[in-house]
Each structure stands twice: as C-alpha cells, then as structure tokens.
Ligand binder design. Sequence first.
Ligand code: C2E
Ligand code: CA
Ligand code: CA
Length: 915
Amino acid sequence: MWGATDVSSRPTEGDEVKWRDRSSSVATIDESAGRRAVRVRYWMLTLAFVPLLGAVSFATAEVDEVAESRRLAATVSESTEELVLLTELRARVLDERNWTAAVSGVADIGFDPVVVEAVVGIDMSRELDEARTSVDSLLVAVDWPELGDDIDGARADEAAVLDDINTAYEAIAASVENRSDLALDALLEVAGDISDGSDLVDALRVLEAAATARRAVTLELTAYFGAQFTGLDGSTAERRTLTEQRSEYRDAIADVARIAGPDTEAIKALNAVEASEDVIAFRAALSSLLASNLQVADVEGFDIAGIFSRLDEVAATFQAANSSVEQHLELVRAAGADVDTTSRALEDAAAAATRGALYRIGVLVAASLLFVMGLARAIGRPLRQLAAGVRDLRDGDGMSPLRPAGPAEVREAMHAINEAAAHLELAERQARALAIGQLDSPVLEERAPGALGRSLQETVQTLASSLSQREEFRRRLTHEASHDSLTQLANRKASLAQLNRGLARAQRTGATLAIMFVDLDDFKDVNDKYGHAAGDTVLCAVGERLVTAVREGDHVGRLGGDEFLIVAEPIAGAAEAVALAERIAETVGRPISIGSASVRVTVSVGLALADEHTTLTGDELLRDADLAVYKAKELGRSRVELCDEDLRAELVSRAEIEEALRLALVRDELTLYYQPIVDPQNAELLSLEALIRWDRPEVGLVAPDAFIPVAERSDLIIAVDNWVLRKTIEQLVAWGDDQELRHLPIAVNISGRHLASDRFVADLLDPVLESGVDPGRVIVEITESALLDDLDSAARKLESLRSSGMRIAIDDFGTGYTSLAHLRTLPVDILKIDRTFTADETAASLVKLIIETGHLLGARITAEGIETPEQASVLAALGSDELQGYLYGMPVPPGDLQADELSTAAVVVGPASND
Ligand code: C2E
Ligand code: CA
Ligand code: CA
C-alpha cells in the first residue's frame, strides 16, 4: 500500500527518485511495524499464562478436595454429637421405662411411693420425672418430634400393665437404636471417604463400642431388677439377657481398650470406669445373682417378701448400677469427644492444607510472573539494544559495539551486527586511508567476508593501485624533473638549486662550501672507440664512483654531457677541498670495464670555494668552477685547478681583452700578416697563410695567442673569423692585378667553434662567391682538435666548401691524436704537420708514416715551422709537398710581400741552395 502508491504515482521520474521513495517507504514499514508489534514481555506473559492456568486449576482442584474433606469432617463432628445424644436418649428412654415400670409395679401391689421412699430411700416419682425430663430435653436436642409422639403415647397409657410398658418402651428404644446404627454406619462411611480419615474411623469404632458397653450395662440393670421379681432359674429371659449382655459388654470394653489411642479421652474414661467402685460393685452383684439361682415365691407374679428380705442389697446395687450407667455414659461422651477432636483435627489439617495449597499457588503465580518479567527483561533489553544498533547502522551513525547478552540467538544476532558494523568501519577506515593517501596502510589489506567484502576489497585494491600508480607517476615526473635519466643523479637544475641552498646555509652558519666542476678528459674517444652505449656505461660508473668518493651529505649531480658537479660542505679550506678533489679524481681514474674491455678516464676538476663573505650567486660560482676546469684542461688535463685570485685576475684580463677586441673589430685595429708557403724543390712561392695581428693602441702589435683563445670563448671568434675572411678576399681582389701574386691561394685559420656553428658553411661560402674570387684560391685551415668534436658534421660542412672549389687543410696535424683512419671520412686537401714534429728529430719515422698515409688519401703535406735548412731537407726528404717557416719568411704585412724580397728569402735559405 505504502510503496505501491508512491512509486506508481510517479512512474516517469528517475531511478534515483524511485529509490529514495522506496527507501522512505522502508522506513515507514519499519516504524509502523514497531508501533503495532507487541512487546516481548507480553508475549512471554501470554506464554507463561497457559501453564500457569493449568497449575492454578490443578491447585484449585486440590483445594476443592481438601475443602470437601474439611466439610465431611465438619459433618462427622455434627453427626457424632447427634449419635452421642441418641445413645444417651436410648439410655434415658430405658431409664424412663424402668421407673415407669417400678412406679406402676409398686402401685399395683398397693404401696404408697412415700413408703417406698421411706423404706429404700428412693423417691420414684421424682426419679421418673427426672427420667422424663431428661428424655424430653434429649428429644429436643435431637429434633425428633415423631419419637416424641410415641413417647407421649406410652406415657398416656395409665392402665398399662408391666408387659405393655416394656413393649412400648422397648419399641421406642429399638427405634432410637436403629437410628443410632444408621447414623453410625453413615458416619463410618463418611469417615472412610475422608482422606487420612482412619483416625476418625477408629474414634467412631470406639464410640460404637462405648455405646454398646453402655447399652449392655443398661440392659443388665433392667434384667437385674426384673430378676428380683421373677427369680432367676436356668431358663428365664433375665438369665439369658444377663449372660448375653455380659459377653457383649466384655467384647465392647475390649474393643475400646484395643482401638482407642493412649491419650484419648475414651481411654481416660475407660480407666475411670474400670477403677470405679460402683461399677465393680454392680458387677459383683450381677455375678452373685447369677450364682445364686434366685427363687422367688410366686404370689401373683411378685415375691414381696423376698424383695423385702433383700431390700438393702437391692437398694445398694441399684445405686451402684445407676452410677455404673452414668460412668458408661461418660465413656460414650468421652468417645464422642474423641471423635469430635479427631474430626476437628482433620478439619484443621484440611484448612491448613487449603491454606498451604493457596499459598503455594500464590507463590507459584508470583514466581512465574517475576520469572517471566525477568526473562522478558533479559530478552527484551538485548533486543532493544540490538534494534538501536541496527537503527544506528541504518542512520549511518557510528555504532559502539553491542555487548552480547540474552538468549543465544540474540547473542548471535548481536555478534553478527557487531561484525557488520566492524566491516562498515573497515570500509570507512579504508576510504579514509585512501583519501589521505596512506596506500601502504595495513588496513587496506584487511578484508570483510563474503561477496560484498570481496568486491569491496577489489574496489579498494583497484583504487589503491591506481592511486599508487598516479603517485608513482607523479614521483617519477618529479624525479625526472630533477634527475638525470642516465645516471639517476640530480640534474643541472636540481644541482644548481642545491648549490643555492648550500650558499644560503653558508651565509647563515659561516661554513665554507666547495663547488667542484668535474669534466671527463677525452670522453669523446670512449664514444668513438667503443660506441655510445659504452659511453653511457662509463658515465654511469663515473657517477657511482663520485657518489662513493664524496662524503656523506655531499651533493653529486650531472650538469650534462661529461660534466658533473659536486657540492661539498662543510670544507675547512682550499687545501681540504683540493685533497678531496684529488681523491675523487683518483677514484674515477681507476679502470672501468666495458664488456671485456677496460678503459681509463681521467678528469679535470675545477674548484671554487664559497663562505659567508661570498657575494656570488650559484650561477656565478658554477662559472668560476667551470673556468677552473678550463684552466685545468689548458694546463694539460687530469688535474685539479682552484679558481683562486690569480685565475680571477686572469679572467678579468681576459674579460678586458674580450671587451677591447670587440672594439678593435669596430675600430679596425686588426690587421693580417701573410706568411709564405713554398715548394721544397725550388723554394717557389706556392701559397700564403693569413695570420692575424692586433695593433693595439698604447700596447703595440699583439700576437694572436694573446687574444684568439679569449675570442674562442664566445661567438666573438666568429666575428673575428669573418673579418679575416673578408680581409683575405679583399686582399685577393687587390692582388688581382699583381703579376706575381694574382694566382697565389691564401689560407685562412677558422676556429673549431665556428666550424661547430650552423653558420659555418654560409659564413665562408657566401663572401667568396659574392666576391667573384676563385674559391680555389681560398684554403680553409681547421685545427685537428676542432674536427674531432663532431666528425660527421664537420665532414659534411667541409665537403660543402670543398664542392665549391675551396680547399681544406687540417692544421696542427699530429697533436690531436686523430686516428689516421678518421682521415678517410674527411674531405682533406692538405695536412699541415705541426711544427713540434718539425723540431723533433726523433719523430722522423712517425712523420714519414703521416706523410705516406696523407699521400695515400690524396692529400698534400705541408710541414710547418721550418727554421733551418736541415729541417727543410729532412722534411723534403720525408716527402713534404710544401714547407712553411721562418726559413722562408716571417709573417709580414701585405705591403712587404714584394716579389724580390720573397725570392731573396727563397734564394738565400731555400733547400735548393743545398743542392
Ligand atoms: P698557426 O696557424 O699554426 O700559425 C703558424 C704560427 O707559427 C704563426 O704564429 C707563425 O708566426 C708561426 N711560425 C711560422 N713559421 C715559424 C717558424 O719557423 N718558427 C716558429 N717558432 N714559429 C713559426 P702566429 O702568427 O703568432 O699565430 C699563432 C696562432 O694563432 C696560429 O697558429 C693560429 O692558430 C692562430 N691564428 C693566427 N691568425 C689567426 C687568424 O686569423 N684566425 C684564427 N682563428 N687563428 C689565427
Ligand atoms: Ca694555421
Ligand atoms: Ca699550425
């Protein structure tokens, strides 16, 4: 009803809305169910009521039974009273008969009762009256009006004879006895029905026996007096009665003695009877009567004389008999009292039993209720706790763990809820760990059970791994941004940053730090000889060795290529820094194995120091260290150079030179000198080499060694080279009219730095082509060492020049360790053997090898530095195609290149003169 209307009323809305509707309807179901449901304690009460009702009805039945016993006992008590009354009534009826008979008999024989009273001391009328009163009062007590009528009838018959009186009263007595017997039987029956009624039955039996004894005594009394008138021979009715009643009496008394309990009233009364003198006297009288066989004279039925003769004895016996009757009546009463006591005891016991049963029922009911309430509480409380926990979970509030209580099922449910909550909490902790990026948190490894747990775990793992991949990627990017990919050392940028931090620290702490610029010597050879992969291996090995060589905390980075940077701090001073640098150089210098080969690389180390007084930036310090490296390289490599004040002074002067040289270019302070190159055979002028000079104001003529290396530190050299080429072309053009010089080629020196630049080909080709000068008259000299940096590129560029007609000369050949094999790939027209070989007489065979190889490659050989005719002859003999040197002419200004001067030189010192 709730869900259906909500959902169907908005069938077109989105899933989310439906879902929300459903979820709210779920809440409705939940709460309405909670309102309608019956609390556990009522369930329990209901359950408890069923057995409780059974117990109560069972107990009630028991109480009913007890109450019945009680009622019966009460009935017995009442009936016993009646029975005692009836017994007494019967005795009194017989008394009344006796007195009636006595009065009637005395009257019949004409005696005045007063005489009788005077003679025997008995007032018979009074006795009769008393007997009648007694009977009347008993009749009232037993409420028996019909018997009263009978008695009234017997009394009314004045004329009745003795036999009639006897008959009438015997009938009444029989009627009473009959009723007593019925009452006794009824009582015995009732008593038998009473549970635990055996005592009562016994008491009734005693009562019955007592009544029998009492009746026997009465009957004996009657028979005794009858015998006084009729005599007692062997066959009289009186004898028979006496004999019979005597036996009856004995049995009844024996019954009383046997059945009655020791503490009963009946036993006490019996003891009193046995001890009574009257009872004993009456018995004795009866015994002597039976023994005497009394004979009386038959005078109209009465033996008056006999009676008179025994009058004293009869009167005494009469007294004793009466007393005996009373004694036995007491016995009957006592037995009745015992019955009453017994039945009352039964009644009390029954009442107590009822009370006990009711008490037990009450206790049972109360205990049941308490137990049920306790049980309901014991179940209800944990159930409520459970419900509250589940509600907390539903509402998303954190659930504190439930303390398991109550029945096993509830405990189980609580355990399950606790676990569910723990799993939710686990999911939350995992989400939190993911959110704050704790990807190595052990919580991510934990797993909730079941399909949901597995899917959660998978999701967490996926998230974690994608997060860690991102993290890894980010770390790698950061690493790559600051690290060199080959050696994994800090890169140039990171190294500079480290240097700047070190400087800042030095400012704060006053410590000194050392900056070491480490540059591999001739690393290019390794690349060329073993390949780039081997070069990489060497670089990595060097990086590792640097790291092991420095101290803990010192920084090692790669600036690029074969350059490394070390920032060591703190450093005591220059000496320690140099020692450290030398140790590093020594470590790196050990052999490095590349596959099966083993190479050695040396390093040049440039050192710069900084302390709190240093005002230089990191960049400037790095430049200082770089300059020190440069210096080390200049001084022959594999050494440590400190950037000290001398070097700085040198740098200052270099800077000044550079500055001045720029101005010199503009101010046209530069000039070209030309040196002749001649044919060894005839000293004929073959070509000229243009050599630069700086006519520096106030200084004079400056040699190129003083400023060309400075110019080569920057692109200034390119400007210089271009100026030289332009000047040379101008010269060639100028000499176009000169007969002697118009065909001479001029060699220009071009720096390696210029060759490396992209402008090289255009810078050289364009001016030549534009000038219209024959490119064949231009020789480009490149030093051997400049070619080695990038052989392929150099070869391509030089080939471009060469294809235009220009010629290529390799300058200072032999100093750059160029393997001769390299020459094959280079477009070479001329090899210029360095002047150190010319001067060294021991190098002849090497020079010969160079010359022969050069010739094989189709190159001409020029020997430089020829100063003596001997040198000229040796080099000529070794196969040099051209010679250059002071022997043939100093470099001179173009104006000095007069044909006569040249020829003079040639004539004077040419080798031809030796011929
Ligand atoms: P280089 O190219 O090897 O030039 C030859 C040098 O040897 C010249 O010195 C020359 O004066 C000197 N020389 C020639 N014959 C003899 C000799 O018999 N004995 C001795 N001891 N020396 C001799 P210079 O002119 O001082 O030039 C020195 C270096 O400067 C040159 O060596 C060259 O590398 C460079 N250079 C000179 N001019 C230029 C130029 O215009 N451009 C460039 N880039 N470099 C130049
Ligand atoms: Ca040269
Ligand atoms: Ca040279």
